[in-house]
Write a protein that binds this ligand. Sequence first.
Ligand code: SF4
Ligand code: SF4
Length: 117
Amino acid sequence: MTRNDRTLHYLRQRIPSFECIPGCHDCCGPVTTSSEEMARLPIKSEATHEAALTALSCPHLGCNGCEVYAERPIICRLFGTTKSLPCPHGRGPDRLTEQKVEERALRFLAQTRQVLV
Ligand code: SF4
Ligand code: SF4
């Protein structure tokens, strides 16, 4: 297991999930992720990627929301769980992501090579 894999495991365990408004995907859009996370996502065609980017959307956003929820990138997990990334509709977990976990997530995002999902 690489250092990035260990960090991802740590972050995935500690960023809380929560119930979104059913059908809402207002915070989905073009996002970036590490190559480790990208490798776990299904491969989409170049045309799908281009169409999503043109629409300022994400290639994994389907009619019923995120189609890769269990493997969604760290930035998608973090959204709505910290004071700096609040859900515009006021949704969120009972307890926000701990500050040390948020800081580690932000360091991970800054220090890893990020690719467009
Ligand atoms: S976090 Fe908020 S904006 Fe994003 S999908 Fe959930 S309810 Fe919608
Ligand atoms: S991976 Fe899922 S949660 Fe993240 S932007 Fe795409 S559709 Fe939304």
